[in-house]
Ligand binder design. Sequence first.
Ligand code: 1HN
Length: 367
Amino acid sequence: MAAAFSLLQQPARRDPMASTSGASQEQEAYFGRVAPLNLLPAWKVMPIYAPAEPKTPCLPAVWHFREIKPHLLESVRVISAKEAERRALLLHNPGLTGAAHGITQTISGDYQIMLPGEIAPAHRHTQTAFRLFLEGDGAFTAIDGEKIYMKRGDLIIQPPGLWHHHGHEGGPGTPPVIWFDALDVGLCGIFESTFFHSFTQDEFPVTRPVGSTRGRYGSGVVPASYRPQPLDYRMYAYPYAATRGALDSLRATEACDPYDGWKVRYVNPTTGDHAMTTMAAHLQILPSGMTTAPYRSTDGAVFVVVEGHGRTVVGGTTLDWEPNDVFVVPSWQWHHHEIAGEAVLFSYSDRAAQERLGLWFEERGNR
Ligand code: 1HN
């Protein structure tokens, strides 16, 4: 990206704090006179509004599934899926304080659990969401009248504005199902554009057979009359077997990328653009023993470990991970992965939104 390089290669500018650190008595008195008019001198807030490079209060962090699962299992005794609407534990970035929460300032992440026979009631919202299914059998999510059954590693995208509910159809005594959810909660919050409606009944009527959308839009064809609109996407289910197959196929003929190993991007098959309008999602495979080259980008990225184990070094912090763990690399922080056992990492971020707004930048370091 050309713009990225001109911005990245600019010489460090003078310290903007210098203009405010030594405010004179006269300047302080002036601030005091304009404040009652709800005015702030720009030169006073410039360092906050315009740091020389991206700054984030978010910290690198890891959530270990091994530690969290007992609490998830306990949550089913505390509240029903129906009462909770979504019985999920949100991953809170330890660097965020006050009203701000989320795994970064723009996106959320949570583990959700359901027991056999339960329904998580239907609702719709302006947030875009997705689920990455982790464990158990018999779970479905129903989107806009179509049930989608979920297996380990499947990505199911929930477009904004469509009614959805979830259920677990396993018989009595079947183990609970657990998946990972994400939403662009903070992003919609910043834009103050969030709408949320609960449906009048627990289940939104199912009107289309299983497999309808993937069959119609994910087979290299579209219904003849369909014209994709920029914000419209019709494919919701990305089964793990297909995505993992794409990685294996890349690996068979392409060299291992020093930054990414072998990596694929989830796309809207009718446009080739990101699969969601706000969040980008990727899946990558990294061979055992690999240490990736240092990399940073302006999108704070969240990784869900699907297979393997290893650690990720973010600045001075080392995050160890194994399957079903989740870790976050905040915006613009140098990081690399050290792979102990061949790993498959799913990752997501607000990169799709940043790219659309011309705000996304990356930098590749040398080993
Ligand atoms: C939500 O709608 C779901 O639909 C899951 O499953 C987690 C966390 C915060 C706000 C809405 C879902 C959520 C959520």
